[in-house]
Design a binder for this molecule. Sequence first.
Ligand code: HSE
Length: 297
Amino acid sequence: MDQPKFTVVVPATTANLGPGYDCFGLALDLTMEVRVYESDRWHVEYREKEYASLTSGESNLIVKTILGTAKFAGRSISPHVLVVSSNIPLGKGLGSSASAIAAGVEIANEILQLDLSMQQKLELGTTFEGHADNVNAAIHGGFVLSYYKNGELDYVALDAPKVGALILVPDVQLATSESRSVIPEVINHAEATAGSAAGHLFVAAIANEQWSLAGKMLERDTFHEPFRKKMFPHFDEVRALVKSSGAYGMTISGAGPSLFVLMPEDRVAEVAQAVRKHYPVYEPIEAHPSNKGTYVQ
Ligand code: HSE
């Protein structure tokens, strides 16, 4: 194929980080690259086999987001071919749909020269995704905290923490909608108070580089982990194992099914090896927190 008009690069993300349900998102250094070519029809070609099941026409999430962004701007947009290469595991709790949405917003912005502000991109991405955490981190990069209710979006972006991280990826996919369906509509006030305190301390500990405390608070969620963890094989045993191998803490990555482990950089290899040996159902992937959000190259 000829040279693309341009390429958009989007990071993977992990969300929630324990008690930050629908609020905390962290960009990682796994990426999806979308090369954009002029064409007379919309078509999406995925280079990785894992993505082969996704639709390739106007129902594709990237294309739908491009069209939705153009509509928001009151503009029409000519069709393009998108060629996607990605090392973000699909449907595994690493924000692959948020990355697709982030790519779509940026592609429309670039084709139509919309000059969208960061706030506008995040609002569009959050509206398309329905919750803010993954998509805002994917667009902005770094550690992003979002408040999103009734269309109101506020956010704070902190630098990506300089700490080791490992994603434990099982060989199954889990739809976010399915994982959200196990969370009750109402939780007890005392439990919510404790979960909220854990979230506040987690952020403060990250900002202060108090990694052990951050790891402890990562495991004090009351909003989703208690209801979801039964869906993930050997959850408590894997948590005990990674901690005995030197990790600070472990939680669910986003809605799952992957697990997110926070640890000192120099323990990553040891923790990965322990998981491979004892729980081969999980493939450990090293993923560094990253300040890079979505960009055009
Ligand atoms: N906050 C979301 C959830 C992240 O846990 O359902 C996955 O999109």
